[in-house]
Ligand binder design. Structure first.
Ligand SMILES: Cc1ncc(COP(=O)(O)O)c(C=O)c1O
Length: 425
């Protein structure tokens, strides 16, 4: 197959007629498919549902000498702190175990900076004239949603194959109004990129003009390989400490893509200073989080080895789904020169970068043929993709049979959008 970008007008027209016919035939099937959100599929939920059986009414509810059914231990069950400490490579006392969603911990961390300031703030951020925030893009739409809801001025930072473009970041942090940055360092959402060691080092050693600069290190996919073995990753807390930046970073993780999304447990990891400060503030907000669920997770997951064994079972479900998406792109799109994508080994997404100016049109064509995708633009601050070129594919929810159909619609829509654009030029 010849590249679309190398076809003459007559060839493009003939190809459009052909692709339009395939598109119409798919439309006639009146399908209703969804590749919009990174939700685990039913098989994955079934896989872990025996977690509900580990605590029975006659079970031992005592762990670490604590009756988990009662108030107490704001920072979480020690065994649960230990479990996450092992996963993230930090000390148990630097782990705070929260509720059922890490996004809430992230929101709360920022919210407290606005209402009370950070450990080293001159004043609460709400009293500042301007808070600027670095947003490696494409990125996670809900991160940008948090920033937007606090009225931050979001500054997009281009992503490279090694993580955020650090030349740009190092320049931008010279501005004292730049107070922080979002990062998804392993299997980034949506690109599936693992930040290189050099990128991690350059982030940890940043010298921001704002001394209360906040690095939001969302390690949501820290053990989420779907191809191959677990890939070790540096611990950001000790990396930052090497450069005197121990108070700059908060790291987040959760079991949302391990046990139940929205019904698991979440954690943040931070320096001793930050921990003392956060506990003082959190103590006014809640007496203690759900230790019953924490114990359920400790008994079910046991330790890092137990977690990694479970992630292999998730990979058994997810791997074939990602293979299906990547194979379809390779076969249907790669020869045409109209899009590029990363080939991740973990995480929850495939990020497709189309030729400029056709992501929205592709999204609309998908929708009109019965396939819901994440909105075009959603992966950029304010929902605005300057090149209108990024689309996030989330293959985890649909069963393989539906996924194959969904990818058929996606690839045909992308081809049609590219042909329409080339013919309009
Ligand atoms: C990067 C990232 N962080 C956080 C979350 C949400 O995590 P939680 O359910 O723990 O709030 C997601 C969910 O897709 C995500 O992709």
């Amino acid at each position: 197959m010849k590249k679309y970008t190398e076809m003459n007008r007559a060839e493009l027209k003939a190809e459009r007629e052909r692709v339009e016919a395939i598109y119409k035939a798919l439309q006639d099937q009146k399908l209703s498919l969804n590749m919009a959100r990174g939700k685990p599929g039913k098989e994955q939920l079934d896989l872990v549902s025996d977690i509900l059986d580990v605590l029975k009414s006659d079970s031992d509810f005592i762990c670490d000498g604590i009756d988990v059914r009662n108030y107490g231990n704001l920072e979480g069950l020690p065994s649960c702190q230990k479990l996450f400490a092992e996963v993230l490579g930090v000390k148990p006392e630097n782990i705070f175990v929260g509720g059922a969603a890490s996004l809430q911990l992230m929101y709360d961390t920022i919210s407290k900076a606005y209402t009370h300031g950070r450990v080293n703030s001159e004043k609460p951020w709400a009293k500042l004239d301007c808070v600027k925030w670095l947003c490696p893009s494409p990125g996670y739409d809900r991160h940008f949603g948090v920033s937007e809801s606090f009225g931050m001025t979001m500054i997009p930072v281009p992503m490279t194959a090694e993580g955020p473009d650090m030349n740009v970041v190092e320049e931008l942090v010279k501005d004292p109004d730049v107070r922080g940055m979002w990062c998804v360092p392993k299997y980034s959402n949506p690109d599936g990129i693992i930040y290189s060691e050099e990128t991690v080092r350059r982030i940890a050693s940043l010298k921001p003009a704002a001394k209360d600069f906040l690095l939001m290190w969302d390690n949501a996919y820290c053990i989420h390989e779907f191809f191959g073995d677990f890939v070790p990753f540096p611990d950001i807390l000790s990396e930052c400490a090497k450069y005197g930046n121990e108070d700059m970073v908060f790291e987040f993780a959760s079991t949302s893509k391990i046990t139940f999304p929205g019904a698991g447990i979440s954690v943040f990891a931070c320096s001793d200073n930050n921990m003392r400060y956060m506990k003082k503030l959190l103590d006014k907000q809640i007496i203690s989080y759900d230790k019953v669920n924490q114990l359920r997770h400790v008994r079910y997951l046991k330790d890092k080895a137990g977690l990694l064994a479970l992630m292999k079972r998730h990979a058994g479900v997810l791997g074939p789904k990602f293979r299906c998406v990547l194979d379809a792109l390779e076969k249907e799109i790669a020869p045409l020169g109209i899009a590029e994508w990363q080939r991740p080994n973990g995480g929850y997404f495939v990020s497709v970068n189309t030729m400029p100016g056709i992501a929205s049109a592709t999204w609309k064509l998908c929708l009109d043929a019965g396939l819901t995708m994440t909105n075009a633009g959603a992966t950029f601050p304010y929902g605005k993709d300057p090149k209108d070129s990024n689309l996030r594919v989330a293959p985890s929810l649909p069963p393989i049979s539906q996924l194959e159909k969904a990818m058929e619609i996606f690839c045909v829509s992308l081809r049609l959008a590219a042909l329409n654009k080339l013919l309009a030029e």
